[in-house]
Design a protein around this ligand. Structure first.
Ligand SMILES: Nc1ncnc2c1ncn2[C@@H]1O[C@H](COP(=O)(O)OP(=O)(O)O)[C@@H](O)[C@H]1O
Ligand SMILES: [Mg+2]
Length: 313
C-alpha cells in the first residue's frame, strides 16, 4: 500500500469478450495533480476511468485508490466522484433540482453546497431551467457540479471538455485548478491532445489498451523529433533553395494547401537543423517573417505515439 499516491495501478487488464480493452496498465497519480488520460477512440480511457470509479472491476493487476486496495467486487471507493460516458441527469428536473436530488441520495452533502457548486461551474443563471434544454457543454458543467457535491479527494471525469465553449472551458479549468491546489487529485480523459495542454501538467497516453507515454507534458513536447514548420520569408524562392540545401531539412510539398499561403514554405526538420536553416537565411539577407509548427509539438508527439505504423512493426 502506498498512501502517497492517489492512484496506483499495476498491470491492469480488462477484457470484454475477445476485446482486450486494457492490457497491462501501470498508472501513478500523486495528490494535487491534474492528470490527463489521452488516446484515440477505443484506446481504453473510459474503461480505465470506470475502474477508478468502481463501476467495473479489473480482470487482472492491482489497483489502489487513495491508499486503499480495490478488490474484485464492485464498490465505489470512498472520496471518489465523477462520471464516465456523460453525466446522468433527469431531463424534466432543473439543474438545481438535479443536484438537490443527488445531495439527498448521498446524505453527506453540506448545506448550501448545491448553490456553491452551481456557482463554481458558472450555472447559477440557469439553475432553475430544466436540463432537457441544456447544451452538451452545460450538461458537462452540471455533471462536474454533481461530482463536486461531496467534495471528492479524487475527481474522475471522462471527456469533460466535450462541447464546452471557451467560457465553459475557463470555468472548468478554474475549478480543476482550485481543487488541485487544495490537494485533491483530478484524472480526466480526452481524445484530443490540445484539450489537455490547457488543463493538465502531466499525461498518460493510451493506445489500444497500453500506456505509450506517461509523464509531464514538457517532457513529451521536448522529445526532439522532426516537425513540419511553416516558413514565411522576404524571399520565398531563396528560402526554398537554402532549405533544400541544409542538412536535416526537407521541403514538404504544401503548395496550395492554404489560400494566400503562396510565399510560405513547409519544411520538416528537428530543432538543430532548423536552427541551421534560420542562421543561413539571416546570413543570406533573407528575413524570417514566420516560423511556426504546423501542428503543436505535443500534438505531433501524440500522433507519432498513437498512429499505427504502416509496416506493422
Ligand atoms: N461494455 C463493453 N462491451 C464490449 N466492449 C467494450 C465495452 N466497453 C468498451 N469496450 C471496448 O473496449 C475498448 C476500449 O473502449 P473504451 O474504454 O470505451 O475506449 P475510449 O474511452 O478510449 O474510447 C474498445 O475496443 C471498446 O469497443
Ligand atoms: Mg471513452
Amino acid at each position: 500500500m502506498n498512501t502517497r499516491l492517489s492512484v496506483r495501478a499495476r498491470g491492469i487488464g480488462k477484457c470484454f469478450g475477445d476485446v482486450v480493452a486494457l492490457d497491462g496498465i501501470d498508472l501513478d497519480v500523486a495528490p494535487g495533480r491534474v492528470h490527463g488520460l489521452v488516446g484515440p477512440n477505443g484506446a481504453g480511457k473510459t474503461t480505465l476511468l470506470g475502474l477508478l470509479l468502481g463501476l467495473a472491476a479489473a480482470d487482472s493487476g492491482t489497483l489502489e485508490i487513495l491508499g486503499t486496495p480495490v478488490g474484485r467486487t464492485l464498490d465505489a471507493p470512498g472520496g471518489v466522484a465523477g462520471f464516465v460516458d456523460g453525466p446522468g441527469l433527469y431531463p424534466s428536473l432543473t439543474a438545481r433540482q438535479n443536484l438537490a436530488a443527488l445531495a439527498a441520495l448521498r446524505g453527506d452533502v453540506r448545506a448550501n453546497r448545491v448553490d456553491d457548486v452551481l456557482d463554481e461551474v458558472g450555472l447559477t443563471d440557469v439553475a432553475d431551467d430544466r436540463t432537457r434544454g441544456f447544451s452538451l457543454g452545460m450538461r458537462q458543467r452540471l455533471g462536474l457540479a454533481a461530482a463536486l457535491l461531496a467534495e471528492p479527494r479524487l475527481l474522475v471525469l471522462d471527456e469533460p471538455s466535450n462541447g464546452l465553449d471557451p467560457a465553459g472551458k475557463r470555468h472548468v479549468h478554474g475549478v480543476l485548478g482550485r481543487l488541485a491546489a487544495d490537494g485533491a487529485t483530478v484524472v480526466l480523459s480526452s481524445h484530443r491532445m490540445d484539450d489537455l495542454e490547457a488543463l493538465c501538467d502531466e499525461v498518460t497516453i493510451l493506445a489500444t489498451g497500453r500506456v505509450v507515454f506517461s509523464g509531464p507534458l514538457d517532457k513529451l513536447a521536448g522529445e526532439n523529433r522532426e516537425l513540419d514548420y511553416r516558413l514565411r520569408t522576404s524571399d520565398a524562392s531563396a528560402a526554398r533553395l537554402l532549405a533544400a540545401d541544409t542538412a536535416g531539412v526537407r521541403l514538404v510539398d504544401d503548395a496550395g494547401s492554404r489560400p494566400g499561403a503562396a510565399e510560405a514554405t513547409v519544411v520538416r526538420a528537428a530543432t538543430p537543423a532548423l536552427d541551421d536553416l534560420v542562421a543561413r537565411l539571416v546570413r543570406a539577407g533573407v528575413a524570417v517573417r514566420e516560423l511556426t509548427p504546423v501542428v503543436s509539438p505535443l500534438e505531433a508527439a501524440f500522433l507519432a505515439l498513437t498512429t499505427p505504423q504502416e509496416d506493422g512493426g
